[in-house]
Design a protein around this ligand. Structure first.
Ligand code: ZN
Length: 128
């Protein structure tokens, strides 16, 4: 399968950016390119590619953590979760936290179907 040249240029530009910024800029470039066609799209994609090294430098100077790569196993969804009691006031509240990447997954006790009285009350309060 051959990629469209504009899409290939976009991918090359996005690959030069820090891992933590790729999704955001890929969406921005894709949105910009959706409004352009023909040579205008090619010119824009070329300018994005030429500007990618400078953008990479600027992004990393502003936030070095953007260079962080998520471990492969976490990228595949195989996290190394441990249960953490994050709420000091209510030790029943537990969330899972990955030891490798730091991903936090809320426990099921939040907004449980059997205990959703407070959610309904908040909804009623906002209607007043
Ligand atoms: Zn993980």
């Amino acid at each position: 399968m051959r990629l469209h040249p504009v899409r290939r240029l976009r991918y090359l530009a996005v690959d030069m950016l820090p891992a933590g910024a790729r999704t955001r800029y890929d969406e921005e470039y894709r949105a910009d390119l959706s409004t352009l066609s023909g040579w205008r799209a090619v010119r824009y994609a070329c300018s994005v590619l030429v500007g990618a090294p400078g953008l990479r430098r600027a992004l990393l100077e502003a936030d070095p953590s953007l260079a962080y790569h998520r471990p492969v196993r976490c990228h595949l969804g195989w996290h190394d979760d441990v249960a953490v009691h994050g709420n000091r006031e209510d030790q029943r509240v537990v969330h899972d936290e990955c030891r490798r990447c730091g991903r936090i997954k809320d426990g099921k006790e939040y907004l449980a179907r059997s205990n959703n009285d407070e959610v309904a009350w908040v909804g009623a309060h906002w209607q007043c």
